[in-house]
Design a binder for this molecule. Structure first.
Ligand code: NAD
Length: 359
């Protein structure tokens, strides 16, 4: 049965990079019989300009009907003065919460061809392949009560609440164990159980869920140590699962181990493996419209979509291999360019991936 993919190019370089990812999907349809129907929608600043809102109802309806959403990026300096509810980023937060996308998957993969782009020594990171699973809809970013209030002495205090229910912990645990099962069967749960009660419960639930996954090796690490280990010996990790705020910080740290923001995809999944797929970078207004943006993070977001929402792991592997092949050919966009390599633009990079994909 044909699956539906909603394509949301967004702002800045979004339309340029998404166009290349769509070429890849079209090639998979033509050459390998992938059954997907693509629909286009508006989000972010583009939606605000056309419809007065960063997430129009029509887009949300299409997203709810789709099996997966492919997003470029949103935002730009021209929208920074809008009231908060009208800002492009609000559209993104709203669609994530409306679709109940509670599991954020951020792989940090370093293609061997790009090992010199990392700020760490090549031998520490060459061949790096870790997956950070971050809880996305709970924890201190959403917990109530929150606010800024006056104290009896007239001074003010700010407060937030870090809170997780057992069921919230259990569903992210299951998502992470399932992913570990598809990889090297090692899961490290990161918490701060020596200080926080919420982490104590987190750890207890992880242990309990772990009993259903005897084939996956579960370990625990305090978040401060995890930050240290990520930059000391990142290859020790396979899958890392953690709560929202710890994951926010650790996933950016892991991403930077690879040295290039233009190479990294992400996925946000609901309980039924429906997902939204997007590069981790933003709309890069400084290079928008110039045809120089790196489309590979978006193309690799398609790779994740094939794997996690469309049930096509073999096609996913083909996309990953095609990206490896163009890097082997020495093709580089400006952000990953090094002397001796051939610098290409967005469309040329996309075309090269499509050519490498063809049987
Ligand atoms: P950014 O990720 O857009 O850009 C940071 C730097 O990386 C820039 O120099 C940019 O040119 C470069 N870069 C990013 N993607 C690239 C690519 N594919 N190829 C080559 N170079 C690339 O971050 P920013 O400048 O802080 O934010 C710009 C806008 O994007 C802001 O409005 C911000 O709110 C928004 N933003 C959106 C998302 C999202 O849509 N998920 C995420 C982050 C930021």
């Amino acid at each position: 049965m044909s699956k539906k993919v909603l394509v949301l190019p967004g702002d800045g370089i979004g339309p340029e990079i998404v166009a290349e990812a769509v070429k890849v999907l079209e090639c998979l349809k033509q050459e390998y019989g992938l059954q997907v129907e693509l629909e286009q929608g508006l989000i972010g600043g583009a939606a605000y300009e056309a419809k007065g809102r960063p997430l129009p109802e029509e887009t949300l309806r299409l997203a709810k009907e789709a099996d997966a959403v492919l997003l470029g990026a949103v935002g730009g300096p021209q929208y920074d003065k809008l009231e908060r509810p009208l800002r492009p980023e609000r559209g993104l937060l709203e669609i994530r919460s409306e679709l109940n996308l509670f599991a954020n998957l951020r792989p940090a993969i370093l293609y061997p061809q790009l090992a010199s782009a990392s700020s760490l020594k090549p031998d520490l990171v060459a061949g790096l392949d870790i997956m950070i699973v971050r809880e996305l809809t709970g924890g201190v970013y959403f917990g109530q009560p929150r606010g800024i209030r006056s104290r009896a002495d007239g001074s003010r205090e700010g407060f937030n609440t870090m809170i997780y229910s057992e069921s919230e912990i259990e569903r992210i645990a299951r998502a992470a164990f399932d992913i570990a099962r598809k990889r090297n069967r090692r899961l490290c749960s990161v918490d701060k159980a020596n200080v926080l009660e919420v982490s104590e419960l987190w750890r207890e639930v992880m242990e309990r869920v772990g009993k259903d996954y005897p084939d996956v090796e579960l370990s625990h690490m305090y978040v401060d140590n995890a930050a240290m280990q990520l930059v000391r010996a990142p290859k020790q990790f396979d899958v890392v699962v953690t709560e929202n705020m710890f994951g926010d910080i650790l996933s950016d740290c892991a991403a930077m181990l690879t040295g290039s923001i233009g190479m990294l995809p992400s996925a946000s999944l609901d309980e039924n493996a429906k997902g939204m797929y997007e590069p981790i970078h933003g709309s890069a207004p400084d290079i928008a419209g110039k045809g120089v943006a790196n489309p590979l993070a978006t193309i690799l977001s398609v790779e994740m979509m094939l794997r996690y929402s469309l049930g096509e792991p073999e096609l996913a592997a083909r996309v990953q291999a095609a990206v490896g092949k163009v890097l082997d050919q020495g093709l580089r966009t400006g952000d990953i360019h090094t002397p001796g390599m051939r610098q290409v633009g967005t469309a040329e990079m996309g075309d090269a991936v499509v050519a490498a994909l063809r049987p």
